[in-house]
Design a protein around this ligand. Sequence first.
Ligand SMILES: *Cc1c(COP(=O)(O)O)cnc(C)c1O
Length: 423
Amino acid sequence: MRKETFVTKEQLDAIVQEYPTPFHLYDEKGIRANAQAVKDAFAWNPGYKEYFAVKATPNPFLIKILHEYGCGCDCSSMAELVLSDACEIRGEDIMFSSNETPAEEFVKAAELGAIINLDDFTHIDFLEQTLGYIPETISLRYNPGGVYEISNGIMDNPGDAKYGLTKAQLFEGYKILKEKGAKRFGLHSFLVSNTVTNDYYPALARTLFNLVVEIKEELGIEISFINLSGGVGIAYKPDQVPNDIAAIGAGVHQVYDEILVPAGLGDVAIYTEMGRFMMGPYGCLVTKAIHEKHTYKEYIGVDACAANLMRPAMYGAYHHITVMGKENEPCEHMYDVVGALCENNDKFAVDRMLPKIDKGDLLVIHDTGAHGFAMGYNYNGRLWSSEILLQEDGTPKLIRRAQTIADYYATFDCFDEFKGKLQ
Ligand SMILES: *Cc1c(COP(=O)(O)O)cnc(C)c1O
C-alpha cells in the first residue's frame, strides 16, 4: 500500500544539491494545518491549551511555528526549559511535566513561572524544601494502576509504569497542597501511548472527569484544569486509519457536557500535551542508498543509521519507506534497509517489499517528525544529521546544521593534550 510523501522528487533532487543526505525534512504547511485543526477541535473549551511535548521535536524553529497557534511547551528537563525560554515561551505557557526531577530543574521551572506538574507524592515536600514555598498553581499526575483498556482493546499497563500518584496519594496530595497555600489545581494523566483510535482521549476524559467530581465532593477542591497529556497516535502504517482530531475534540466535549457541566464544573480548562500527533507525520528522514549487499538476504545500505532514527532499532517500530521516483513501480523485492552501525538491529526495515533499489536512489522514511531526530545518539561516532524545513513556498530552510566531528569531541577540548586534535 502507498503512503504519500509531502515532498516531490523534483523538490528533493534540488534540496540534496544544497544539503547532503541524510537529513530530517519537515513540512511547514502540514504542521500549520494540523496545529489549526487541533485548535479548532477544542475551540469549544475557552481555556484550552496544547502544550507541545518538546522532547518529541526539540527544535526552536518548529516550536515557534506551533506557538503561533497558541501552543505552549511541555518540558521535562533543564534543556527543554532553556529551549522554551529561548523561544520566549514562559510563564503558564510552560507545563513542567517531569519525573525524578532534580532540584535545580524545579527552581528553573519556578523561575520561568511554569506550571509544575508533580509526578510523585514525595515531590510535594521536595518541592517545598527546594523552593521554600508551594506555588499557587500546581498539578498532580495520576496513575490509576492496573491495565487501561478502551473500547477497541487498545491498552497499556499503567500499573507497571513509573509515573504518577496512586488514587489515595492524589487525594491526600491535593489536601496537603491546599493546606500549604496552593489555590489553583490541575490533574494530569498519561495512560496509553500512540493510540490510533478516536476513543482514547474521550475515554481518558471520562476517567478524569469522574475523578474530578469525586475530588470536589470529597475534598471540596475544585480542579481548574485537566491535562489529557499525550498518547494521541499517528498512522505509521499505510493501512491504518489516522485519528480525526475534530472527532476526538467533539468526543471530549460530549463527556465534558455529560459529567463536568452538571457537577458545576463547567469552567474547567482542558489541556493537552501532544508530541507525536503535532509533528510525527510532518517530518521524514531523507537518506540515500549507497550500497547493496547480496548474502543470505538482500540488503540495501543507506547513509542514515539508527543514530538518526532509533525507533525501528529500539521498538521494532514500522516506518514506511518510499523510494523516490519509483512510487508506481511494483514492490517485488524483499530488502532489509540498513545503516552503518556495528549493531545488527540497525535496520530501518526488515523483509520489506519495495521496488528495485539502485545505488543513488533517495529513500524517504516517513513519519519521523516526532521522537525521530530527538532520540538520536552518537554510537560508533555517527553524527546527528541536519534538520531542514520545507517552507510553505516549497523552498528549504536549514533549521539545524549537521553535527561535526569537532562537535562530537568537544568535551575533550578542555584537555591540553587533545585540544584541536579531534576534528
Ligand atoms: C512524551 C510525553 C508526552 C507526549 O507524548 P506523545 O505520545 O508524543 O503525544 C506528553 N507528556 C508527557 C509527560 C510525556 O512524557
